[in-house]
Design a protein around this ligand. Structure first.
Ligand SMILES: [Zn+2]
Length: 288
């Protein structure tokens, strides 16, 4: 399994002290488990103030042996932009990252699209693919997604309100849901490829993931996983399947590959976060 972590330097990073503490924890857990991760950066977030300190968070990732990838400058929504506008946001979002990663050359440049939206028309999808290829980027797939941004929004609010009982319940629910999503990917991939493929996990640099990552990686190990680089995961022949699915959504690559090769596998049973979490999430959003 390869681990990828989006929205660096940190989700909700107005609290710099928290972002520092949690980045340290996240990187320490990854190193303890020898899990090489790719972190996808929104360089626009460096401009929230304290630019040097926020850039130092990214340097911590590089010093910990991780790879930094491009997640656009502003977390742009490709559905709402032309290829030219989106490409400009990708280029704007690589200057600090490329500088920090200079000592690591040569390395594979990776791009992950915000909300994993890769083109809502065939022309846009092809236009983006052409742009990425010309600039040496590979599009980054994911095969497991655990809705950590949903759990995290509720988690941050619970902790801000001093509600540790709810925070604990959320951590447990989040870990259980992560394993349910993993089991689903393990069950679906043999129906598409005739075997279990190397999984790529999509997480975010947020509080609930930092607080749960050690236990999460332990649970993966118990299931028999070992952690590989994204380069190694992408070397699995399944990842050479061309994704031709045109969609305004950003589904798992297992779905895209299944559709692209013309199979008809039922994704019924793809788990959703528990109702109580979804209800709290909607309340959290409407309170903002
Ligand atoms: Zn993102």
């Amino acid at each position: 399994m390869a681990v990828t972590i989006d929205d660096l330097p940190w989700v909700g990073s107005s609290d710099l002290a928290n972002a520092r503490r949690q980045t340290k924890k996240l990187l320490s857990v990854l190193r303890t488990h020898r899990a090489p991760a790719v972190g996808f950066v929104n360089e626009g977030k460096l401009q929230m103030g304290e630019v040097e300190a926020r850039t130092a968070l990214l340097r911590d990732w590089v010093n910990a042996g991780m790879i930094l990838g491009n997640h656009t400058y502003s977390h742009a929504d490709f559905n709402a932009l032309t290829v030219e506008q989106f490409a400009a946001d990708i280029l704007k979002g690589e200057s600090v990252t490329r500088r920090l990663m200079r000592a690591r050359l040569p390395y594979q440049l990776y791009f992950r699209s915000p909300m994993t939206r890769t083109g809502n028309t065939a022309a846009k999808k092809e236009g983006l693919e052409k742009f990425l290829a010309e600039h040496g980027y590979k599009m980054t797939p994911h095969t497991i997604e655990n809705s950590d941004f949903i759990f995290n929004a509720v988690y941050v609010r619970a902790r801000q309100g001093g509600d540790e009982a709810t925070a604990k319940r959320l951590r447990e629910s989040y870990l259980d849901y992560t394993i349910a999503a993993t089991e689903f990917a393990e069950r679906i991939s043999p129906q598409i490829f005739g075997r279990e493929v190397t999984q790529t996990l999509l997480l975010h640099a947020n509080d609930i993931t930092a607080d749960c990552l050690n236990e999460m990686l332990l649970r993966f190990k118990t299931r028999g996983y070992r952690f590989v680089t994204l380069d190694q995961a992408m070397a699995d022949p399944a990842y050479a399947t061309k994704d031709t699915l045109v969609s305004s959504r950003g589904p798992t690559w297992l779905w895209r590959w299944m559709k692209s090769i013309g199979k008809d596998v039922s994704f019924d049973g793809d788990p959703e976060p528990p109702d109580w979490v979804m209800t709290s999430y909607r309340q959290t959003l409407s309170a903002q």
